[in-house]
Design a binder for this molecule. Structure first.
Ligand code: ATP
Ligand code: MG
Length: 420
């Protein structure tokens, strides 16, 4: 069977077409570093196209490892594990932003890796991330919140008073609000930095948030870019609780700016793969508010989970397409949607007794789709699954909002009333 000619920008070995066989006669295998829920949904998307999959994750029960053809159970930096993954796979991606950039670099010596080590390294270090996002602002048109780097006592002393009140964030290993301390004045800042053991940090001015949104973009090896419209996100205790994905969720002019800025950032950092850019909508005295870029995630994102049920191609489909060198179709959202995250709390009643959530009542509601990640133990704050609620495009968001409220009431979920 003849195959379309490869674009000259594609690395050797790409495209990996669906249905193609490797030299050993097995279906071509796509690999992912990390075995969490994002990896699991990547595996589902890759397998739908007939690929075999390989996951590298040390946890024998990892959500993605459970459903993958191959599971390499080693630490992320283990040279043997990396060799094994490279030997199995035609191309490799990541679902976990704290995979050592060195490991991606090693894999990149023998296999196409998207996103590459350099792009992931930006997201792993807030200091580098802020610098790159600031440098992108000339073309993206969207700036970061005012900030200062704190790596030394001298830098701590030199912090400009107008950065306070602020949020002190560790440069590395932060997620779901971890490694962050809110500080009101210079004394609290000094105490917080000491509490964080003097590790490199960024102090960000606390912004008057009207709302938060994010944009998911996919960029291919040849530089083609497609993106989803912005989602509006509601966080509770620093963890995403609710994503609103329908027309009017964000003022139209801001939505257009956020989407254009995201595509610009992806191109400027020469990103390949799926990238999420998080934004703040801040109160700047104008009716609709101003836009600030917060951070990037070098992978599909929790705020894009609705795309699986509400769009003709999901963020995970685009991740597969991008890494394998396939065409990137422009995604089309066919239904308004709300995503509700399910944290471990849902598995406990008000007295702290373990319970099975009332799935019967939830699943009886039209338009609800339950996604559970196969995690064996529910713990407070642990992401166990999510529910996508979709409705008719003609009825608009009112229908999905009403259903989402009923789901939230049944399960006792937070976040829906706060900003909607
Ligand atoms: P995640 O990886 O889960 O997105 P994170 O731990 O990397 O989160 P941030 O996105 O930096 O952290 O911050 C978490 C949340 O804290 C934001 O979504 C926002 O609600 C709030 N926040 C962070 N920075 C600021 C700021 N400068 N001003 C006001 N609120 C902020
Ligand atoms: Mg964030």
């Amino acid at each position: 069977m003849s195959q379309p000619a490869a674009s000259p920008a594609l690395p050797a070995g790409l495209p990996v077409f669906p249905g193609s066989l490797s030299a050993s006669g097995q279906p071509a295998t796509l690999g992912v570093m990390g075995g969490g829920q994002l990896g699991r949904m990547f595996v589902h998307a890759a397998q739908r196209l007939g690929y075999f999959t390989a996951v590298l994750d040390p946890d024998p029960q990892s959500p993605a490892g459970q459903v993958s053809h191959h599971h390499v159970q080693t630490a992320y930096g283990d040279q043997q594990g990396l060799s094994q993954l490279a030997a199995l796979c035609a191309a490799i991606t990541t679902e976990f932003e704290n995979v050592p950039a060195d490991a991606l670099q090693t894999l990149g010596l023998s296999r196409p890796v998207a996103p590459g080590a350099a792009a992931v390294a930006i997201a792993q270090d807030r200091i580098l991330e802020k610098a790159r996002l600031s440098a992108c602002a000339a073309l993206s048109g969207v700036h970061c919140a005012p900030y200062a780097v704190i790596e030394s006592a001298a830098q701590l002393q030199a912090v400009a008073p107008d950065l306070l009140p602020g949020i002190l964030k560790t440069a590395r290993m932060g997620y779901d609000g971890k490694g962050q301390v809110r500080v009101g004045n210079a004394a609290e800042l000094a105490a917080a930095w000491a509490e964080l053991k003097g590790v490199p940090c960024v102090l960000e001015k606390r912004m008057p948030l009207k709302s938060e949104c994010s944009v998911i973009v996919a960029r291919g090896w040849s530089g083609e870019v497609v993106s989803f419209a912005p989602q509006r996100n509601v966080h509770v205790d620093g963890i995403l609780a609710v994503t609103h994905a329908y027309e009017g969720n964000v003022p139209a002019a801001l939505a257009a700016r956020a989407q254009a800025a995201t595509e610009s950032i992806a191109s400027q950092i020469r990103y390949v793969g799926v990238l999420c850019v998080e934004f703040f909508v801040v109160d700047d005295g104008s009716a609709q508010g101003g836009l600030i870029v917060n951070e990037i995630a070098p992978r599909p994102h929790n705020s894009g989970h609705y795309t699986v049920d509400a769009c003709d191609v999901s963020q995970f489909d685009l991740q597969v397409h991008a890494m394998a060198g396939l065409s990137l179709p422009r995604p089309r959202q066919h239904s308004p949607a709300i995503m509700l995250n399910l944290l471990g709390e849902v598995w406990f009643d008000a007295q702290g007794q373990a319970r099975t959530p009332d799935w019967q009542a939830v699943l009886a509601l039209p338009g609800t789709r339950l996604h559970l990640y196969g995690k064996l133990e529910a713990r407070a704050g642990r992401k166990m699954g999510h529910i996508n609620i979709t409705g008719s495009a003609l009825a608009g968001p009112a229908g999905v909002l009403a259903t989402a409220r009923r789901v939230a009431d049944i399960l006792g979920l937070p976040g829906l009333d706060a900003l909607s």
